[in-house]
Design a protein around this ligand. Sequence first.
Ligand code: MV4
Length: 587
Amino acid sequence: MLKKVLIANRGEIAVRVIRACQEMGIATVAVYSDLDRDALHVRLADEAFALGGTTAAESYLNTEAILDVIERSGADAVHPGYGFFSENTDFARIVTDRGVAFIGPPPEAIEVMGDKVSSRKAAEAAGVVGVPGTTEFLNDASEVRAFGEEFGWPVAIKAAYGGGGRGMRVVRSADEAEEAFASAQSEALKGFGRDECYVERYLTWPRHIEMQIIGDTHGNVVWVAERDCSAQRRHQKLVEESPAPVFPAEVRQAMGDAAVKVAKACGYYNAGTVEFLFQDGDFFFLEMNTRLQVEHPVTELVSGIDLVAEQIRVAAGEPLSFGQDDIVLTGHAIEIRINAEDPAEGKFLPSPGHITTLVPPAGFGTRWDGGYESGDTVSQYYDNLVGKLICWGHDRDSAIRRTLRALREFRIEGIATTIPADIAILEHSDFVDGRHSTKWVEDTLDLTGIGSTATPAGDDTEAKVERSVDVEVNGKRFAVKMFIPESQAGAVVAGAGAATPARAKRGSASGGAAVAGSGAVSVPMQGTIVKLLVEVGQQVEAGATVCVLEAMKMENNISADKAGTVKEIKVAAGDSVGAGDVVVVIE
Ligand code: MV4
């Protein structure tokens, strides 16, 4: 068995992996950026090492720094969590070459499933079909027209090397083909550096249903259960559940068999997910995710299988601890992703900041997988997932009622969260009846009037005579207890850098135009300018969008803080900006 696992991640998934290791008697090594020195995953691990740096690139994606910590800590395995290095074959190979286990799939499987065309070909070779379409790259728009005339409209043009919906265009008739093909190609080139596209039938009201699989290094692969992840917005999942509602048992069995075939076709081991679109009783292969996913706990609650523990056993070379026939699925589970985002009026604006209070709900069938506690800070530099609430019930109806109860019990203060939108989803009759699709949140759900849960950050400093201070010695973290006279406690702690983090800065640009601003429009957080919507000399109304900022994986409209004439534009599309940077000046 493995003895010491380094968790190359942060937040709730690092916490999740640490907990599994602790239960298995495996020592844990956390790594952290400068901003995460006091984060929950650092507090829970047996040892913690500084990576240095602030941004993900400087810290959790710094190969050299992580290899150095592997060396110094004596870890014999690395768990990458999701994101960061989880699907990076170079990293997996470097780690394995050093005789350290990578708790993930074989690099060859990551490569085959890494792009849409090669994964689709692998699935088709295994007898699992995608949405009817071509696997040949398009040469010109006439091929799109020919495909539409033969298979019917609408069709989808997709970027072969795209992802997350980028480079995808829906074409509703022959005369839209030319422009759609050109714009799909150009978006693909800009986003992914390659412009190859292909065409397939466009499904107008599909559900996103994915199948959890797990395999070992002895050739065993089983399917565990499906998850319905249709409740999403801009490719960010909001709610996931298992079993999928209104989903016949024979379709589940067929989808499970298909997922196992796809996994076996690429020599897969470890936990993985095969994604499908499901419409009118048919399912079609979409892609395979070669990692543990955010939503894995719903599968754990209906199957009783600890997927992380199983991943660790598989990485140690053990066979799966159960076979396909041992899996018994019971009841219904729902996961709510709780993000630091303000869903007011359906805008989902990122809301990083200091969490003054975080008291998760508890009770029968109520699980909280969080990455933060009261007093922690959600940084603008990383994913804004605060944690996941996962509730189990005997059936879907009781699971929905339990989840709603738990969401209403949740106390989070200091930041805004997606909870009001989640409640609106679970209360809606379309969701309750399973009539939703991947387009439902954006096209049908009405979030006007949904309030913000943001509360001003309160003062949580309290004088304590006993203080624990974190120190770093040669880059290794130690927790030191100090007993300080009450009158000096504040000063000492502030000096050690462990004082109450600064209050969340509320962006002026995102707050609407109730009070006219100075005309110097600034961005509320670090990110990339993706689009400029005004020109010098142009008249703008207060509140009009002047540019679009991509930050924390979301697009945010930056609006004019007063009416007037655009005097200066300080940025161009593609520029990186920091919190508070002025982008446009209005006079
Ligand atoms: C589709 C589709 C409908 N028809 N393909 C979007 C991201 C990419 N991974 C696949 N996506 C879609 N492909 C055809 N032929 C609808 C989507 C889609 C979607 C898929 C899964 C989850 C959420 C989605 C949201 C919008 C569109």
